[in-house]
Design a protein around this ligand. Sequence first.
Ligand SMILES: *[C@@H]1O[C@H](CO)[C@@H](O)[C@H](O)[C@H]1NC(C)=O
Ligand SMILES: *[C@@H]1O[C@H](CO)[C@@H](O)[C@H](O)[C@H]1NC(C)=O
Ligand SMILES: *[C@@H]1O[C@H](CO)[C@@H](O)[C@H](O)[C@H]1NC(C)=O
Ligand SMILES: *[C@@H]1O[C@H](CO)[C@@H](O)[C@H](O)[C@H]1NC(C)=O
Ligand SMILES: *[C@@H]1O[C@H](CO)[C@@H](O)[C@H](O)[C@H]1NC(C)=O
Ligand SMILES: *[C@@H]1O[C@H](CO)[C@@H](O)[C@H](O)[C@H]1NC(C)=O
Ligand SMILES: *[C@@H]1O[C@H](CO)[C@@H](O)[C@H](O)[C@H]1NC(C)=O
Ligand SMILES: *[C@@H]1O[C@H](CO)[C@@H](O)[C@H](O)[C@H]1NC(C)=O
Length: 907
Amino acid sequence: MNLKLKLRPSFFFSFLVFIFLLKKPDLGSASNSPKCISSQRQALLTFKQSLTDPSGRLSSWSGPDCCKWRGVGCDRRTSYVIKIDLRNPNQTLRRNGEFRKGSLGGMINPSLTRLKFLSYLDLSSNDFNFTEIPEFLGHIVSLRYLNLSFSSFSGEVPASLGNLSKLESLDLYAQTFSDDLFTINLRSGNLGWLSGLSSSLTYLNMGFVSLRGAGEVWLEDLSRLEKLKELHLFSCEIWNLPLSFPSSSANLKLLEVLDLSRNSFISPIPNWLFDLTSLRKLFLQSVRLQGTISPGFKKLKLLETLDLSKNELSGEIPAVLGDLPQLKHLDLSENSFEGQIHRFLDALSKNKGNSSLLSLSLMFDRLEGTLPESLGALRNLQILELTGNSFTGSIPSSVGNMASLKKLDLSFNSMNGKIPESLGKLEELVDLNLMENKWEGVLLKSHFVNLRSLKSFTLATEANRSLVFKVPSTWVPPFRLELIRIENCQIGPSFPMWLQVQNKLNSVTLRNTGIADKIPHSWFSIIAAGVTELYLENNRIKGTLPQNLVFPNLAAFDLSSNNFQGPFPRWTTYATELYLYQNNFSGSLPADIHVLMPRLKNIKLFQNSFTGKIPSSLCELTGLETLNLRNNRFSGSLPKCWRPSSELYEIDASENSISGQIPESLCVLPRLSVLLLNQNALEGNIPDTFQNCSGITHVHLGGNKLTGKLPSWLSKLSSLSMLRLPSNSFDGQIPDDLCSAPSLHILDLSENKLSGPVPKCIGNLTAIVQGKSVDEYYEYQEIRDSINLSGNNMYGEIPAGILDLTYLRILNLSRNSVAGSIPGNISKLGHLETLDLSSNKFSGAIPQSLAAISSLRTLNLSYNKLEGSIPKQLKFKDPSIYIGNELLCGKPLSKKCPRKQQNVVLN
Ligand SMILES: *[C@@H]1O[C@H](CO)[C@@H](O)[C@H](O)[C@H]1NC(C)=O
Ligand SMILES: *[C@@H]1O[C@H](CO)[C@@H](O)[C@H](O)[C@H]1NC(C)=O
Ligand SMILES: *[C@@H]1O[C@H](CO)[C@@H](O)[C@H](O)[C@H]1NC(C)=O
Ligand SMILES: *[C@@H]1O[C@H](CO)[C@@H](O)[C@H](O)[C@H]1NC(C)=O
Ligand SMILES: *[C@@H]1O[C@H](CO)[C@@H](O)[C@H](O)[C@H]1NC(C)=O
Ligand SMILES: *[C@@H]1O[C@H](CO)[C@@H](O)[C@H](O)[C@H]1NC(C)=O
Ligand SMILES: *[C@@H]1O[C@H](CO)[C@@H](O)[C@H](O)[C@H]1NC(C)=O
Ligand SMILES: *[C@@H]1O[C@H](CO)[C@@H](O)[C@H](O)[C@H]1NC(C)=O
């Protein structure tokens, strides 16, 4: 107040002028922004009304001053609306529902055309539900910037857009959040309309817009855009790449960025590319380019990024690429480049001494030879990816000079020799991958001395522990790893104490590293919070596991094939894989395993010393698929709580001491395929409910105390390919029904009390007749077409039909009372490998044709009533396979045949 009173009039006037000046739109201050023109406001409101806006992004569109509405911009002088920016702000959430919620949709109202001065329109990243791009957008001739990308438009791009003669930037990129990558909804069948933009357009993105209909002239049409600096045609269904440039064209002399990736050219690299001498970035990924890299690239002196990955290019990587003075990123992965990289690298390093290259990806090509010392000159290189080639030799020691290196991936090559200590100089190195090579020698602490940034360390040799870690037990590494993966290298026998200070680990793999020590319980506590994977298999780790730990992120753990002992680890995890097999764990399984590890899918506990009952809480694991408890000391009866909602398809509880009956409820498991309960103490019959096991493929119930007759409904099990019931007390006859089991390849009924004749219908086992491939292979069972009825009371003769079993590999009828002669045409069993007919009552001569079965490896005919001379063509030298046949003679038996009899046989 005081101040105002003291002001002289002249000063006061100047002050007013100053205020006035501030009010002028060109000078614009926040408080004095333009007031919106009412007709423009009306046009905007109409536009708003046609849109859907579930998240209320247009809620500010109501007050009188439309220039203050969110996303609206007015010219400061004229107050006309010049800008509408309604881009969905939630870009990073593209693939989830948040994005959709934030999207505008509905209809784009023609009222927009009343905004005669609109120069900027961004409707990108919204969801227009596959409606067409409105034709009238082409009437807003004031537009300089139009962005309709990522907004779910479909149909033909309106040719009217060619009327936008001031348009500088047009983005129609048409991938949508709901699509998979391959659906294309928007198309332009004729690019002629682009000619209207020829003297204005500098940026054009038509990614995911089908240009299939645009014909041979697509390039010609595009090349009329004489101002164009950036052209993106990613995944546009372009099938023809002209080899020469259309003469009528302006030749895209200003083009700096060209992306033609993910089209299908099936063509060499065309020479006209090399006339685009302003190019800085060239993306030709996945377009089926063929042939070699031409020297023409030397004309692209400004090239910074070259992506030729995922093509069919071949030949050596030429020096010309190494000569490009500005090259920063080069990706030649997934082609068929071959030969050495020396010439290319020498060019890269020599010509400049100071290569600009930042990333070099040569993955999954066919490159070979050694890595040259010149690699060390790439002082600015940050990423070097050479995985999946056939490089040999050792890492050049110059690698230590690559001071900027952040990622070094040499995995899956044939590199051998020592790893140089100079590697330890790479202070910036974050990710080191030396997987699957043939490293040897010793890794010392000097190899890691300055690797402060290292987060991911992967090392594996193909050879068996030819690489040895020799670091002092007191070593404190300079890094804090997140991922460590070491396989087939010698770290042990002691547990590496330096792992104790790695408290950021989320993935740990120490596989076959010779650790033969106890792991301190404290280590598990250190990693528990962060670790997602814990793989320690194939060591000789001793001792017990800590109990009652919580691993909130652990998805899989594999401690198999070690010497762990003590109780099952009561760990709280969401792991799906639990592999503790081949250890010496003992005690019972926790009754609350479904609470501790509710997400388990695959449980493999075989070859341990677990005892007690198999807990019925296993039935509560709704995602359980495989359960392998083989070779432990489980006792008691099997759980009876199985449920139809279960995913369980493989149960192996063999080689335990399980007693009681086979639970009736087993076959409510709708996916049950493999059931192995052999070598236990089960008793009673096979329950009739087994008929419902319609998907079962492999059954082994051998070595139990099962009794009763074989069920007559076995042929109902249409997928059954293996039925093994040996060493039980089944009696009665083999039911004829069995012969019509359509998939049976393996039948083992040996060592039971079965009697009666070998079923006449046996030749009807169609799976063995046709030798259909066994699709379901079970890892612990040999799958070979075989019939074993040995050790029963079978009598009668071999049914003639047996000779129809063309693919039979093993036939064992030993220790029965089968009589009659061995069929003369037995060579029809052309795949037979083992034939055991010993200890029966076979009579007559050994048929000559037996010698014609070239696959036959094992034969036993001992203790029968065979007679005559042993066919000379049978090459078996062991006489014991023939003994116990009084009337047999000839080699290898010592009994010589009378001359006359031999003649008879030979005739
Ligand atoms: C964007 O996402 C955030 C949460 O991630 C949400 O709060 C916001 O409402 C979203 N914006 C829109 C416009 O949907
Ligand atoms: C168009 O909008 C998208 C986001 O929706 C953005 O990523 C893209 O860069 C924009 N295009 C241009 C040319 O500005
Ligand atoms: C999208 O369009 C389809 C018809 O093409 C219609 O059935 C559906 O309701 C529309 N969805 C929205 C959110 O408008
Ligand atoms: C706009 O483009 C369409 C289609 O290309 C054309 O028919 C029409 O005459 C053009 N309108 C103006 C005003 O140029
Ligand atoms: C390498 O380039 C850097 C700048 O990029 C420069 O400072 C340095 O002197 C150059 N060294 C050589 C050997 O050319
Ligand atoms: C690897 O070497 C260890 C001893 O160094 C030996 O016990 C093991 O059997 C070998 N494994 C293979 C697959 O050669
Ligand atoms: C397994 O552990 C038991 C004690 O639980 C021990 O008696 C036995 O010797 C161990 N077996 C082996 C092979 O280490
Ligand atoms: C084998 O099956 C065929 C047709 O399925 C049938 O005609 C024939 O009688 C069967 N043979 C025997 C011995 O059961």
